[in-house]
Write a protein that binds this ligand. Structure first.
Ligand SMILES: *[C@@H]1O[C@H](CO)[C@@H](O)[C@H](O)[C@H]1NC(C)=O
Length: 151
């Protein structure tokens, strides 16, 4: 009887060790927070008057705050009604503005992700270039067409 009792005790003790051992390993994995960018912005050619998106997404099981820098300065998206951040962290410019003397969107963008009490990571930088628009050739063609109609 005593031997059987000892075996039972050993059996339960083993179960407890296995359980706690397993749980420890599990929580060890859960406690580790991988923090990296799953998507980083790439050089983008935008068109004046159209929307443009700079993609950025940080992978982590913790709460990540994403912010954007343009030409080294943090963007204040609250004060900018043409730019907003999508749920995954990407930056959406609703209408790209670009004229001879006003080029507010062209520049070098960078995505910055922060986990409170852990740290901050910065993405690669991406240049947004605004393509020359087709308005001038179109205007030229329209002009030629209107002349042809008058003949
Ligand atoms: C940005 O992400 C969207 C959605 O995943 C995708 O459709 C688009 O092609 C991406 N754009 C660039 C420039 O990578």
């Amino acid at each position: 009887m005593a031997e059987r009792g000892a075996r039972l005790l050993f059996f339960f003790a083993s179960l407890i060790v296995l359980r706690f051992g397993g749980a420890d390993k599990g929580s060890g994995i859960r406690g580790f927070t991988p923090f990296r960018f799953s998507v980083e912005p790439v050089d983008t050619l935008a068109v004046r008057g159209l929307p443009a998106v700079l993609n950025c997404s940080a992978a982590s099981n913790a709460l990540v705050r994403v912010e954007w820098k343009k030409d080294g300065t943090f963007l204040n998206l609250v004060a900018d009604d043409r730019k907003r951040q999508l749920a995954d962290g990407s930056l959406l410019i609703s209408t790209v503005v670009h004229s001879k003397h006003n080029k507010p969107d062209e520049g070098v963008y960078q995505c910055v992700a922060t986990i409170d009490n852990l740290g901050t990571i910065s993405s690669r930088t991406a240049r947004l270039t605004v393509a020359g628009t087709k308005t001038k050739p179109l205007r030229f063609i329209n002009c030629v067409l209107s002349l042809l109609y008058e003949i």
